[in-house]
Write a protein that binds this ligand. Sequence first.
Ligand SMILES: [Zn+2]
Length: 308
Amino acid sequence: MTPPGSAGRGGLPRVSRIPAVAVLLLVLVVIMAVGLAFGLSPGTTEAPTDLDLGVRAVGYAGGGPARYSRAEMAALASPLPGDAVSVDVPVLMYHYVDAAPPPAGPYADGLTVRTPDFIEEMDYLVEQGYHTVTLADAYLAMAGLQPLPDKAVALTFDDGGLDNYEVAFPILKQRRLTGTFFVITKTVGAEGQMTWDQLREMAAAGMSIQSHTFSHPGLTGVSDARLESELADSRSAIAEAVGEPGYVLCYPSGAYDDRVIEAARSAGYVMAVTTDGGASLSPGAVFEITRARVRAFLPLGGFATLVE
Ligand SMILES: [Zn+2]
């Protein structure tokens, strides 16, 4: 606690002017340092920028969590360069992973990959030498900033169900795999949904937490104002709560058109995923990224075909 040189203070009244000036300077430095420390404390009301947030964002390239550089974070906030290239990364779409479907409507059964099947699928990826990447990794590879590992595949999970944290996350973590989780920010923390604490824990373990809008409306049918708030509010909520910049949007029910794409671009996203099938990630279609749906009770042979 005692700063070096402060012992000299006791002799202040008897010493010449020069040490007195030095003591005054020391006091000023201490005051400035204290002010600076308070200015940088978490209590500050200044909003962090995307680049600041990027320092805390994590990626996961198979060998362990790795932070993106500032240049990479800047790229994730910018359109792809003119010389961007296509990459071969199958993007798989999951919703629920559990022993039984949640009480979430008539489609939940078909959208719930049962736990033993999911374990078998993840073990298959590991055994066959696949490497899971986030969509940010794929984007940086398209931009020429980062090489992709061999046999790269991206796992995505829609809707933010609690099973994603309780069932899928431990299975992924145990195998050092990563996934991108699209959450509906209005319902984060609601019954049957993941909480912000859980999402922060997942992000710290290398998972990517991204936007599935604020309240999951069909975006092609909402007003311009609602469209803008659905995209911006969810993006800023995730940035504030999880510390991860929103770079990819997941269209609710796969509904999008040119107006929705333009709004997503304006809100700061650099890509978006659909529910349409297909495999290739090309620079000309970053707001129409296709995904392969992993159906409930899909035989392992069928799963193998999806990632080939
Ligand atoms: Zn959805």
